[in-house]
Design a protein around this ligand. Structure first.
Ligand code: FES
Length: 112
């Protein structure tokens, strides 16, 4: 017997992966606030709320390196996978991770 399972998230196409430069980011306004989408040097993409866990700095304007971004305000390094600060600032909050998936080169953001 087949059972249909409804995806609890609504997925919105916000553009092509190639719209974001390698080691770059893009801001996407959503009904739940601005989301920062990052593309790393190895071509992966990640999405976090565009607010640093320190004092709300715009992570989308930070420097992307490896799978992390350095906040432009006070240089905290944020893990793009978990949204958590790295190094000495570990455990001091979190930038919420936004569900993201890539289909046929398009970026889809999920909202519940
Ligand atoms: S607001 Fe990001 S490090 Fe201070």
């Amino acid at each position: 017997m087949n059972v249909l399972v409804r995806d609890p998230l609504d997925w919105t196409d916000v553009g092509a992966v190639t719209d974001i430069p390698l080691r770059g980011a893009r801001r996407v306004p959503t009904p739940r606030g601005v989301v920062a989408i990052f593309r790393t040097g190895d071509g992966r993409v990640f999405a976090l709320k565009d607010a640093c866990p320190h004092k709300g700095g715009p992570l989308s304007q930070g420097l992307v390196h490896g799978h992390a971004v350095t906040c432009p305000l006070h240089n905290w390094q944020i893990d793009l996978v978990t949204g958590e600060p790295l190094g000495a600032d570990r455990g001091k909050g979190c930038a919420p991770v936004v569900p993201l998936r890539v289909e046929h080169g398009r970026i889809l953001l999920g909202q519940g």
